[in-house]
Each structure stands twice: as structure tokens, then as C-alpha cells.
Design a protein around this ligand. Structure first.
Ligand code: XIL
Length: 336
């Protein structure tokens, strides 16, 4: 029946979507999980949780492995989903040949690695991807607005690595006449503040250099009761769209301390609602993607100790048993 993606399209968005960690986890072997993933009423977009990251795509220098990523794309396209390809340059999930402290990277040699990776991967997948998250999480929370200096790319190249990566993606788009969109993606840029302004500055700088940037991904990994208000999210989205780029909610989930209380559950509905409603209210917000839809496969419990219950569905019987919609699902539907 009528679902989240149906409602998102009726609201003028391109999609309601989800991340999935396929291949690599047992999601693919879970009949009930896959039945919901394939439910086009709910999901019109898919983002690979891990398989397109640097360590999987270029496990050895100059040796590319596209098989798992292609499997993901084929699966998403089988149900006519857009694919937000994720991601090209990030400090995490790098192969050891990049992170090995014994390798004496220089600005020149590591910049060449960035360029080759981005250019080759964008070229390879072409317009199978709706968009690429070209650079992921380049900015620090503290001091807010600065670059994250724990990235090897920042350490060796400085902030120019962001420009280099987008230049490589732009060249790949131009040389292959692609229409794939290029995004900057980050967290804690979902509300006005120094980090959001720093992300806006990245957009402005790329545009000033005539380098392609089409959108900014607002990850939106929120904490129950601490989700920015709908008004603050709307204002923030408009600050980006005023620069001539789209925005997308790219990794939405709302975690809470386990076990959930009734009050938490009510608050979680409101938090999902305000985020989805903000996207609906802003013309340049193209869609909302949740960072997986089933608590059984969420990244939250393994990343934030003692927290969970962040997604739209539960699997009370565990893997390969029927999914149950949570109140948060209805909160999203109501906002659309
Ligand atoms: C996470 C995955 O969900 C995990 O499975 C993996 O161990 C680490 O990365 N921001 C991002 C995503 O942009 O790529 C991250 O995904 C979650 C935070």
C-alpha cells in the first residue's frame, strides 16, 4: 500500500530512501528484510552502507574491485531505485596501503592517489549513480568550523584535498559527459552554526573555482530529544540552497538509550517528523534517506554503546522474521 516513497514523491521530492549494508552482512539472506528493501512504496533510493568505500573499491593501489558495488547497484536498480553512491574520499575505511605509517606520502603522491581514485571510480560507475558523496566528513566538531585534522588527507595535503577530490570528479563528469551529481556530505551541519557555515564555505570555494558541486548531504544522525527543530533545520537547508546547491537528508536515524521508554518513543516520532517536514518545506531538498530501516541491522548499537532503537522498523523475532513498523514510521509518513 501507500508508503514513504509514494508520499515523498507526492510531496515533490525525488525519493524516500534507505542505506543498506549489502553485500557484506546477512541482510541479503534475510527474506523479510529484503522484502521491505524491495518495497517500492517505501523506498525509491538506496545508499550502500559500506561497499563503495575506498578500502573495498581500491584494496591495493591501482587495483579496483567493483564487484560488490555493482551487485548493490543492480539490486537497487532492479526495483527502480536511485543510488546515492557513497563515498569517495573519507578518513575512515581506508585500505592499509593508504594508512600504513611506513609509507612516506607527500603532498604530490597522496594528491595523485586522491585524483586517481576519484577519477577512476566516478568514470567507472558513470550515470548508474544519481550522485556521489565525493568528500565525506572533512570538518571537525571542535573547534567547530575547522577541518578535521585526524584525516590522513588533511595531514598530508591540507584542505586542498577537498578541492582536489572535487576537481577529479568534475573532470570525470566532463570527460565522460555524465550527469551524476557531486555532493559534499557531513554531520552536525544540519543546524545553523560554525560547522554548517564551514560547509557552506566549501560550496562557495568550489563554485568560485568553477568546480562542480551540486549538493550537500546532511547526515542527520540524531539523538532523541536533541534533534534540531524543524525551523532550525529548514533555515539551515535554505542557507545551502541559497548558494545554488541541492540538499538531501542522507543518513537519518534517531538513537536513544536502551531500553526505550514510552516518552522516548513519543519523542522519536517528533524528531523524525521535524526532519522529514523540514525537507518537505525546502524546495531544494531532494529527498530523505534513513541509515538503514531495521534496528536489527543498525550501525548504532555497535558504535554508540548502550544506544539503539534508532530506525523505522523492528524485527522482534530477530533475523529472518517479520518486520514491525514503529511509530516513527508513521511520524515520517505524516510529515510527507
Ligand atoms: C558507517 C557504517 O554504517 C558502518 O557499518 C561502518 O562500520 C562505519 O561507517 N557517517 C557516514 C557513514 O558517512 O559512511 C557511516 O557508516 C556512518 C557515519
Amino acid at each position: 500500500g501507500y508508503g514513504l516513497n509514494d508520499a515523498a514523491k507526492a510531496a515533490g521530492k525525488l525519493w524516500f530512501g534507505t542505506a543498506a549494508d549489502i553485500p557484506g552482512t546477512n541482510e541479503l539472506e534475510d527474506f523479510y528484510y529484503m522484502q521491505e528493501f524491495n518495497n517500492t512504496h517505501d523506498f525509491g533510493e538506496a545508499t550502500p552502507g559500506n561497499i563503495m568505500k575506498f578500502m573495498f573499491i581500491e584494496p591495493e593501489q591501482g587495483v579496483f574491485d567493483f564487484t560488490g558495488a555493482q551487485q548493490f547497484i543492480d539490486l537497487a536498480h532492479a526495483t527502480d531505485k536511485y543510488v546515492r553512491c557513497h563515498n569517495l574520499i573519507w578518513k575512515s575505511e581506508l585500505p592499509t596501503w593508504v594508512t600504513d605509517p611506513a609509507v612516506p606520502w607527500t603532498n604530490e603522491t597522496l594528491s595523485a592517489v586522491v585524483y586517481e581514485h576519484v577519477y577512476n571510480v566516478v568514470t567507472h560507475f558513470g550515470d548508474q549513480c544519481y550522485s556521489w558523496d565525493v568528500v565525506n566528513e572533512a570538518l571537525a566538531d571542535s573547534p567547530a568550523g575547522s577541518y578535521d585534522n585526524s584525516s590522513i588527507f588533511y595531514d598530508v595535503i591540507g584542505p586542498a584535498y577537498v578541492v582536489d577530490a572535487f576537481q577529479a570528479a568534475t573532470d570525470a563528469v566532463k570527460n565522460n559527459s555524465l550527469s551524476v551529481k557531486l555532493y559534499y556530505n557531513d554531520y552536525n551541519i544540519e543546524f545553523p552554526g560554525a560547522k554548517s557555515i564551514a560547509a557552506q564555505n566549501i560550496v562557495s570555494e568550489l563554485k568560485a573555482r568553477n568546480i562542480q558541486i551540486d549538493g550537500v548531504g546532511l547526515e542527520s544522525h540524531f539523538i532523541v530529544g536533541e534533534t534540531p527543530s524543524q525551523a532550525s533545520q529548514t533555515t539551515n537547508m535554505q542557507a545551502f540552497t541559497a548558494l545554488g546547491v541541492d540538499v538531501a537528508v542522507t543518513e537519518l536515524d534517531v538513537r536513544l538509550p536502551l531500553p526505550p521508554t514510552a516518552a522516548d518513543e513519543t519523542q522519536q516520532v517528533a524528531d523524525y517528523y521535524s526532519t522529514v517536514a523540514a525537507c518537505v518545506a525546502v524546495k531544494g531538498c531532494v529527498g530523505v534517506t534513513v541509515w538503514d530501516f531495521d534496528d536489527n541491522y543498525s550501525w548504532i548499537p555497535s558504535t554508540f554503546a548502550g544506544q539503539g532503537y534508532g530506525d523505522l522498523f523492528l524485527q522482534p523475532g530477530g533475523s529472518n522474521t517479520p518486520l514491525v513498523k514503529k511509530a516513527a514510521y508513521d511520524g515520517c509518513l505524516e510529515a510527507l
